[in-house]
Design a protein around this ligand. Structure first.
Ligand code: PMP
Length: 362
């Protein structure tokens, strides 16, 4: 069996750290000293509760998450959070502000509209979502229920470089594609959510970090599985949680800690992304889709002179061991997703490939 790894630029599910995969593999049949697989133990067992507590405590330490924030492990993906956020936090007679920066923000807005009154505080639709709005463009509702942003726009390749200034209104951030890729000031958020399958672990778990006082907004009439208060009061054990995913998240957090934490991973991510952007900017053959000051360090989007060349690029890259570079179907072009676990050597290989491709086709 050939188990050699290729360079995986997939937007998600995405590359995981090799030491994490190796630990999963080593301990899959039996957790050390336990005699059972993590896939087999009861979610009510002491063993699993330890797994859960380790993942929670280490995440709290890694990202400086204060004690007045609950960490929840839920299901239904970030897409279910598009609905749970307004269901729980959008009080009757209030308005929620959404900053519309791309396709995933659009989906969040669509679900929120089913629940209550939404105001689009800013949109960059006129610029094809190639940028993040300026603070001066935001028209915020005084005393809004919350303000929702998408901290990294996975499809378009833009990222908020700093959080918007929004006074006392709770900030809600969809951090699915950049969670723990850099330090995050949790205290400036009311709630942060992220599907795990890009920067944290396998698909099937969603992390929600919620400020405790906001739990009071969850009405008892909200169905239990959609109710933050229910999940928070049962420490994510209201029903059977995605046990394996939580285990892998715990290992990924430990791996991040072993590297030196979020400041260290942020500087590695910056270096990786800058190498690729430098190559895009070096020549007119490639051009980046995102405004330079708003460029994502996680999803790097660019185009070639025409679609035929883009298809050829993706095809030849795959043969060369560079997988998943095709841009999102809604946008076309090329997208290199280079999350925390993506190795720097893969960036160097891609840059070499780009230079060779241009030499042959430019
Ligand atoms: N938000 C963002 C920013 C995403 O990138 C994605 C997935 N690509 C989602 C939400 C949806 O996540 P899920 O598939 O977990 O529902």
């Amino acid at each position: 069996m050939n188990t050699m790894r290729t360079y995986n630029f997939s937007a998600g599910p995405a590359v995981l750290p090799v030491p994490v995969l190796e630990e999963v593999q080593r301990d899959l049949v039996s957790l050390p000293g336990i005699g059972m697989s993590v896939l087999e133990v009861s979610h009510r067992s002491k063993i699993f509760k330890e797994v859960l507590h380790h993942a929670t405590d280490n995440m709290r330490a890694l990202a400086d998450i204060p004690e007045n924030y609950k960490i929840l492990f839920l299901q239904g993906g970030a897409s279910l959070q598009f609905l749970m956020v307004p269901m729980n936090l959008l009080l009757v007679n209030k308005t929620a502000d959404y900053i519309h920066t791309g396709a995933w923000a659009q989906k969040a807005i669509k679900e929120a509209k089913r629940v209550g009154k939404i105001h689009i505080a800013a949109t960059t639709a006129d610029d094809n979502f190639s940028r993040i709005p300026d603070m001066s463009e935001l028209i915020l509702t005084p005393e809004a229920a919350y303000v929702h942003i998408t901290s990294n726009n996975t499809i378009e390749g833009t990222q908020w470089q700093s959080l918007p200034e929004i006074s006392e209104v709770p900030l809600i951030s969809d951090a699915s594609s950049d969670i723990f890729s850099r330090p995050i000031d949790v205290t400036r958020h009311g709630l942060i959510y992220a599907g795990a399958q890009k920067n944290l672990g396998p698909a099937g778990v969603t992390v929600v970090i919620i400020r405790e006082d906001l739990l009071a907004r969850s009405l008892d009439s909200i169905p239990s599985m959609l109710n933050y208060k229910v999940h928070a009061s049962s420490q994510s054990l209201y029903n059977t949680p995605p046990t394996f995913g939580i285990y892998v998240i715990g290992l990924t957090i430990k791996w991040l800690q072993s590297l030196g934490g979020l400041k260290v991973i942020a500087s590695i991510n910056k270096r990786k992304a800058e190498k690729l952007y430098a190559e895009i900017d070096r020549t007119d053959f490639y051009y980046g889709l995102a405004t330079k000051s708003d460029r994502s360090l996680m999803n790097i989007t660019f185009r070639l002179p025409n679609e035929t060349l883009e298809q050829q690029f993706d095809k030849e890259a795959t043969v060369a061991g560079l997988h998943g570079l095709k841009g999102h179907r809604s946008l076309g072009g090329i997208r290199a997703s280079i999350y925390n676990a993506f190795p720097e050597a893969g960036i160097d290989t891609l840059v070499d490939f780009m230079q060779e491709f241009e030499r042959k086709n430019g």
